[in-house]
Design a protein around this ligand. Structure first.
Ligand code: HEM
Length: 266
């Protein structure tokens, strides 16, 4: 790792973003808009700082531009958030806002990976054969997780029923299961692939029961009881694990693409 401070700073940005996503999920449940706005401004300020640090310290040009892209995203997110408030929180804008938040968290996870010592390891050149290939699964997984978050937001804001979100959860789980099975049975000796695959599996195994519990609490009537607090905590945990799945699947995709090569290139 050339500059450990840059990496630590990216971890700070990713952690603040995760906190913002969690607080964002509580805005819909408890109306804590002010805390969410303050956190949003903090994340924006940390991102500006990151761009400055990247342009001062980071020799990789593409990484400096990834920092700029992150800044543009966070600005867009801020604009969208205030437009949403001014328009009286229309569902479509809120869904886009939730989607961008998850996407932004994915970008911060990539920044953490790219500034880490793990990323500086030499590529392993693992042969990626079979169907589907690991590379295909690695790309499809974060896309499916993002779609899943969009369907979750559509359900939460009343634009869709819960069924599309549940069906899509099955697709996400299947993709992660396939990815984990291939890695753990065929490339168990490759540490840079094994750890991400195992973590994705653990995350999705927690996410499914959290989702079911969130749904059960949502359809139960518990007005004013302590169960409403439990419901808010479960939804916050479900959204947080959703974001972790987003970040982890994006970082896993980068690791898999780095350490594998298509069978045709051997
Ligand atoms: C891979 C699996 C899953 C992922 C990644 C995921 C992700 C998400 C995300 C990110 C949200 C919040 C969207 C927003 O920002 O508003 C959400 C909401 C929700 N999800 Fe899931 N989900 C998964 C599986 C499930 C399952 C199996 C259920 C079971 C019914 C479920 C039930 C819900 C409910 C009820 C909400 C709305 C919570 C509320 O606001 O009350 N999810 N999901």
């Amino acid at each position: 790792m050339k500059n450990p401070w840059l990496h630590r700073y990216c971890i700070l940005l990713a952690s603040a973003t995760l906190l913002m996503v969690i607080v964002g999920s509580l805005v819909a449940t408890s109306g804590i808009v002010k805390a969410h706005r303050t956190l949003g401004m903090t994340v924006g300020t940390i991102t500006i700082g990151l761009v400055v640090l990247l342009w001062l310290w980071e020799p990789r040009r593409w990484l400096r531009w990834l920092g700029v892209a992150a800044l543009l995203l966070v600005i867009g997110q801020g604009v969208l958030g205030s437009v949403s408030l001014r328009l009286g929180l229309p569902p479509a804008v809120r869904i886009l806002h939730a989607l961008l938040a998850q996407f932004f968290f994915g970008v911060t996870a990539l920044l953490v990976l790219f500034t880490s010592s793990v990323w500086r390891q030499q590529p392993l050149s693992i042969r990626d054969s079979g169907w589907p290939t690991l590379r295909q699964l690695a790309i499809l997984t974060p896309i499916a997780v993002l779609l899943q978050a969009m369907l979750g937001a559509a359900y939460r804001h009343g634009l869709a029923g819960v069924l599309p979100h549940v069906l899509s959860a099955m697709a996400v789980s299947l993709l992660i299961l396939m990815l984990a099975v291939i890695v753990l049975t065929q490339h168990a000796g490759a540490a840079p692939l094994k750890r991400p695959a195992k973590t994705l599996l653990i995350l999705v195994l927690h996410q499914l029961p959290l989702g079911v519990l969130a749904y059960y609490l949502r359809i139960s009537s518990y007005e004013g009881s302590w169960l409403s607090l439990l419901a808010a905590a479960v939804v916050a945990a479900h959204v947080a694990v959703g974001a972790l799945l987003m970040g982890w699947s994006a970082a896993s995709a980068a690791q898999i693409w780095k350490h594998t090569r298509p069978a045709s290139s051997f």
